[in-house]
Design a protein around this ligand. Structure first.
Ligand SMILES: C[S@@+](CC[C@H](N)C(=O)[O-])C[C@H]1O[C@@H](n2cnc3c(N)ncnc32)[C@H](O)[C@@H]1O
Length: 172
């Protein structure tokens, strides 16, 4: 099966299955604690060669997201796993009335995000979490819910939990 068809089939299967029903991919992922150690390390030492935001935005996935997200029509955005907040920085610079609320489970990444986003004042907030998908919940509905280069780090259970949160809390 070509890669795109396989992806579409996987997405359709995931959507058709209730969160607890079927495990589509049982391969082991990093535990939350392991992922925290890895990203604390990346934040301290930096890392070269990744295709996430620290490698600079402009990759096809982020370009597609930015072209479809219509942030100009949004007032609020929640982000799960913001890292150094490169996406938030880019988007808030272009959309001055947007407010951004992020979570990340790496204390070192959260510190970098806070420092980088200081110029945006109260329009950006980031909370340190224990890695649970429920941390992405916000009391009120939000206009956008984003997460870039994070889902592949999560267990299937957490991934499904997070997608459920996104659907429940977001208008798009
Ligand atoms: C590859 S980086 C991507 C950062 C950012 N989204 C970007 O595109 O630049 C993954 C980020 O997700 C965070 N992360 C991984 N698992 C998480 C979890 N369970 N809860 C919250 N953040 C998590 C990591 O700490 C790291 O900052």
């Amino acid at each position: 099966m070509p890669a795109r068809s396989a992806l579409l089939a996987l997405a359709a299967a995931a959507q058709a299955c209730p969160a607890s029903a079927v495990t589509l991919d049982a391969r082991r992922t990093l535990s939350r604690a392991e992922a925290r150690r890895v990203y604390d390390g990346f934040a301290r030492r930096g890392h070269i060669g990744g295709r996430d935001a620290s490698g600079g935005y402009g990759g096809p996935a982020v370009e597609a997201l930015l072209s479809m997200a219509a942030f100009a029509d949004a007032e609020s955005c929640v982000e799960f796993g913001c890292g150094q907040a490169k996406l938030a920085n880019l988007v808030l610079a272009e959309h001055p009335s947007l407010r951004w609320s992020a979570v990340d489970q790496s204390p070192e990444m959260v510190a970098l995000a806070r420092a980088a986003m200081r110029p945006h004042g109260r329009r950006f907030a980031v909370a340190l979490t224990g890695g649970e998908p429920e941390a992405a919940a916000v009391p009120q509905r939000v206009d956008r819910f984003v997460s870039t280069y994070v889902l592949d780090l999560l267990s299937e259970r957490d991934m499904r939990g997070l997608l459920g949160r996104g659907r429940a809390h977001s208008r798009t």
